[in-house]
Design a protein around this ligand. Structure first.
Ligand code: CP
Ligand code: NVA
Length: 308
């Protein structure tokens, strides 16, 4: 069994295998050859716990549907309703859940919660977002990019806006899948230097460019995300908007990228803040493909975790 905690912690060949498997499964609704028997479903007799300490639409529904399509069953658990939210240790929670279920997906605040859960669980643990990273999203995004524009290796991705958890996983993916990434945003919201250094050590070009238009030149993909994440204090909202206004993804910014460049946003979006509706609903946008591909990518991740 293997945990899926982060993209930079997962072997590049395994990551590639998951993307390819996701693409194959996408073609056959239940991730099995046509006509295969129910008994052959990869998650038959498997119970999966889905723990949410933060809100979610895509992660919740795509994991739930994905498990069911593969023959398994799910249990949705909200952090506040569990003893975990009332003082029980993460280690004890991990030990107990491992006696009942075959796989745990958790969306939580501090990365330490995820790491401790993985340390003490005897079943695989999947990172469904922490304050620091969001690897499942970026697996779906790689699948999406390659469906539209071919191999991502050697391409130029531009992240415009807040250097947040989703940005961090994109930087990890740059190192593992071999693409270049330019971050454009204010200095105070830069991604973690350690993540940048790690990706650079794998031979890819990670740049920081304060001028958004310059950053977008020659981009194959422009990505953004909300300016205020779930873990950010709402009191930071006004200041962030002032800092990030110049990094909005709009038609003007897209015009600096390659003509066939794609636009991505993991959603949920604040329309006409981080990106205009014209771009989000425009011909270069693949935001709903990204959302759909959460399902296919995560099915492949779960199978990899369980060795099935
Ligand atoms: N992109 C994403 O993770 O969406 P949810 O917060 O709706 O799960
Ligand atoms: N950066 C966002 C992503 C939501 C899917 C957040 O953490 O709130």
């Amino acid at each position: 069994m293997s945990h899926f905690l982060d993209i930079h912690k997962t072997d590049p060949a395994d990551l590639r295998g998951m993307i390819d498997n996701a693409a194959t499964m996408k073609k056959s609704r239940n991730g099995r050859p046509k006509g295969a028997l129910d008994d052959e479903l990869p998650l038959k007799d498997h119970m999966v716990a889905l723990i949410f300490e933060k809100p979610s639409t895509r992660t919740r529904v795509s994991f739930d549907v994905g498990v069911r399509q593969m023959g398994g069953q799910t249990m949705l658990l909200s952090g506040v309703d569990m003893q975990l939210g009332h003082g029980e240790t993460i280690a004890d929670t991990a030990r107990v859940l491992s006696r009942y279920v075959d796989l745990i997906m958790i969306r939580t605040f501090e990365e330490q919660t995820l790491l401790e859960l993985a340390e003490y669980a005897t079943v695989p643990v999947i990172n469904g977002l922490t304050d620091r990273t969001h690897p499942c999203q970026i697996m779906a995004d790689i699948l999406t990019f390659e469906e539209h524009n071919g191999p991502i290796k050697g391409k130029k991705v531009v992240w415009s806006g807040d250097g947040n958890n989703v940005c961090a996983s994109f930087i990890h993916a740059a190192g593992q899948f071999g693409f270049d990434l330019t971050f454009t945003g204010p200095e105070t919201l830069d991604p973690e230097q350690g993540f940048i250094d790690l990706a650079r050590s794998k031979g890819v070009n990670i740049e920081i460019e304060r001028n958004a238009q310059k950053a977008a030149e020659g981009a194959d993909l422009i990505v953004t995300d909300t300016w205020v994440s779930m873990h950010d204090p709402q009191s930071a909202r006004e200041r962030r908007h002032n800092q990030l206004r110049g990094y909005q993804v709009n038609e003007e910014l897209m015009s600096h990228a390659k003509p066939d460049a794609l636009f991505m946003h993991c959603l949920p979006a604040h329309r006409d803040e981080e990106a205009t509706s014209v771009v989000m609903d425009g011909p270069q946008s693949v935001i709903f493909d990204e959302a759909e591909n959460r399902l296919h990518a995560q099915k492949a991740i779960m199978r990899w975790c369980l060795g099935r």
